[in-house]
Design a protein around this ligand. Sequence first.
Ligand SMILES: [Zn+2]
Length: 157
Amino acid sequence: MVRGEIRKLFTQSEVYCLRVSSSIAIPWNELRERAQHATSTSYAPYSHVTVGACAVTTDGRIIEGANVENASYGLTLCAECSLVSDLIRQGGGRIAAVSIVAGDGEPIAPCGRCRQVLFEHGGNDLEIDAGDGVTPTRLGDLLPNAFGPEDVGLRRS
Ligand SMILES: [Zn+2]
């Protein structure tokens, strides 16, 4: 498969190469408040750990998610998975910044799987709420040398 075909296959990968603009003001307080509110929509009958996520896209849209547990445990969806579903449901785009909080309102770090899920839709420069509203964490620092959509195309025989 030639590179052009790969780009058509992974239309998001063209956007994937773009740096997230750091010129947009991230509304951290709003993201955290909405993420905490999203915890009220979580489905967590097993762990009773409710998690909500709220993000702003590079074009200014707000997306939200909440965790959805499953009796099999392994099929549980984190709030970030639900958030990305909301992104796709809204027509796609790139995530600029995200706040992920537990039911107590305190920011929590994305799990390993969700770092990969977020990378696909935000890249290295996606900013993650670190709790102080001043010094967000870059996803690239949490998931260095990440495997991304371009790697799929480069390694396909
Ligand atoms: Zn997760």
